[in-house]
Write a protein that binds this ligand. Structure first.
Ligand code: NIG
Ligand code: FE
Length: 378
């Protein structure tokens, strides 16, 4: 009543007493890819291990083959369907990584798909170059040569592509990410790639400590990365470094859930030590085929002992910080966009308490209702 007596608007939405919160930001996804990994899903149920599948030329590499084969229109079409599902789960901003091309041409094709989707889908996208996602088949046993190619050819080409894209004028950064892991890139190689990217103007991210601690968290925090992601094997010393830094820790419990694992990143220790934690779906065809931030939040409450309010913080303002958009979204504040959810609930805790359903009733992006689609509205 107080607001209505002071302000008027041509567009008044009655939330009917239900809870309103900022819409979700998903700070780590791989939603642009060709094909699927349904056969691998079954192999894993029968006991196959993710890194073994990757070492045998499957996993990420099988998606690389399928993404190289797909043309730009196919990539855009398939990825649009994934964004529709994310929007229905309440996500209005998401970061999207390349990394299924692993050659300059296909990496740029993925970036073109990200740019096209950003222009014509109501979910806002932020691009990340992940040329160092895996070693491509043509460089098998020759990882240092591939690292040379990334530094000398791919990074300058991608930076040039970004400068000529619509992203800078839309106020969106581009990030460079690496998969620092056994059978992928070691800490020295990862550091060289990130440092080259930083000098060109990229902000930095790194996949660290997913399976093996190889010292990559320390390295990436040292380079002032915007985020370090996964954190399953992060050490106590590195937790202290993260807490003292500006870097956001992004956790991905959908991955552990999808692997049927009983261990998860220790979010409780990370938060209690003072780290700023964001949650993501890591939506990708292998380790986490999941479009839903409410699902990630439901898992984090149960297996990582995060409180509902901490999960909401981790999927809104902290997630926005991790992708450089906290000035425009991630909280309900004067001067930011009206990126909002009307929940099917009167209490924010119900987003996580009831799981597997649909906690989100209405999605509003920049003041406009974008979901459910106009045709489905009462
Ligand atoms: O974040 N770890 C590396 N990258 C993804 C998985 C991508 C895939 O399996 O296709 C991740 O888990
Ligand atoms: Fe990832």
């Amino acid at each position: 009543d107080e607001v209505l007596s002071q302000f008027s608007s041509a567009n008044v939405i009655d939330a009917g007493g239900r809870a309103v919160c900022p819409s979700f930001v998903d700070p780590h996804t791989h939603i642009v890819f060709g094909g699927n990994r349904l056969a691998e899903f079954e192999q894993k149920i029968k006991g196959a291990d993710y890194l073994e599948i990757l070492a045998a030329g499957g996993g990420i590499i099988s998606t690389v083959r399928q993404t190289r084969e797909a043309d730009l229109a196919e990539l855009i079409d398939e990825s649009r369907g994934r964004l529709d599902k994310m929007l229905a789960c309440g996500t209005t901003w998401c970061e999207v990584k390349t990394g299924y091309g692993l050659d300059t041409e296909t990496e740029i094709k993925m970036l073109e798909a990200i740019a096209a989707l950003d222009r014509d889908h109501s979910v806002e996208l932020v691009p990340t170059f992940l040329g160092a996602h895996a070693v491509p088949p043509e460089f098998r046993e020759h990882t240092p040569d591939y690292v040379d190619l990334i530094c000398s050819e791919m990074l300058p080409a991608v930076w040039n592509w970004y400068r000529n894209s619509h992203f800078p004028s839309a106020g969106k950064l581009i990030f460079c990410d690496v998969f620092a892991e056994k059978n992928a890139f070691d800490t020295g190689q990862s550091e060289r790639i990130l440092d080259t990217a930083r000098q060109l103007g990229f902000r930095l991210k790194a996949h660290v400590d997913e399976f093996t601690n190889i010292g990559a968290s320390r390295m990436a925090i040292g380079l002032n990365a915007a985020s370090i992601d996964h954190l399953d094997q992060i050490s106590e010393g590195e937790i202290a470094l993260l807490a003292a830094s500006e870097t956001i820790g992004v956790i991905t419990p959908t991955v552990n859930f999808n692997f049927g694992s009983s261990t998860f990143a220790n979010a409780r220790d990370l938060i209690d030590a003072g780290c700023a934690i964001a949650l993501s779906t890591d939506y990708n065809p292998g380790s986490a085929p999941c479009p839903s931030q409410p699902m990630a939040m439901a898992i984090a409450c149960r297996y990582q002992r995060m409180l509902p309010a901490e999960c909401l913080n981790a999927t809104t303002i902290n997630a926005a910080s991790a992708i450089g958009v906290v000035g425009v979204t991630g909280s309900i504040e004067v001067g930011k966009r009206a990126d909002l959810l009307i929940l099917n609930a009167t209490d924010h805790r119900e987003i996580m308490y009831e799981f597997g359903g649909g906690p989100v009733g209405t999605v509003i992006s920049a003041g406009e209702q974008v979901w459910p689609p106009a045709a489905d509205r009462p």
